[in-house]
Ligand binder design. Sequence first.
Ligand code: SAM
Length: 229
Amino acid sequence: MKPPVFYTGNTLPEDRQILAVFEPVAVDRLPLDLGEAALAYDGGAFCVLPGAGRAPYRPPALKAERISRKSLLARACGDRGPVLDAMAGWGTDALTLQALGLSVRVVERQPVVWGMLRGLGLNADLGDGFEWLHRQPWGVIYLDPMFEPRGRKGLAKQPLQMLQELAHADTRTLAEWIEAARSSAVDRVVLKQRRTAPPVARPDWQLKGRSVRFDVYRPAVRRAETDVG
Ligand SMILES: C[S@@+](CC[C@H](N)C(=O)[O-])C[C@H]1O[C@@H](n2cnc3c(N)ncnc32)[C@H](O)[C@@H]1O
């Protein structure tokens, strides 16, 4: 069964492909006790209806100061696209890399989140990012998995809290992701982690920020060549 999109009937032709993935339901049939988060649409504007009587949610717009070649994200990812962002979330990192001139394809498996990404104009596919690792040669494979919730002390910011509610846990280990990604990426694999998380496998280098860290892995083939030399 398709997930619902609550809509006003005001539809732009360019959004029809996105809406076709959902079951359109007139907004006046929106139940008061919406149990699960759903997508809402009105003439080009998408938002998340989080359910439980909460206000509609839109992830914050990309801040101009994030778009810097000196940022940790930009330095970790380098400049050799195309980039596959296999765990796209709200697309903030993907939009940042795209604004820096890289060609970026994103994959997200949560339909509501995917609808938001398409609404932002990203080249976004709905499905399992793991299956995209070997679909074509990627310059960079970028992985930003959900971190474990930290309990009350370190409550995540609202966009992440919302993702934690919506996203399903991936059944594979990060070691499996890294190994598969390293056998596909031409230039590098970048894994975003909490600053204090133990490394999944030995990275080639790390870039550390105040709360997060980027672990960068070179492709498996190139490492083998280096080892031989
Ligand atoms: C931490 S968020 C990514 C945040 C993102 N970097 C941003 O800038 O907004 C992780 C996302 O990966 C998605 N995800 C997890 N496993 C996935 C998979 N196997 N395929 C596609 N998406 C996946 C989750 O649904 C979640 O939205």
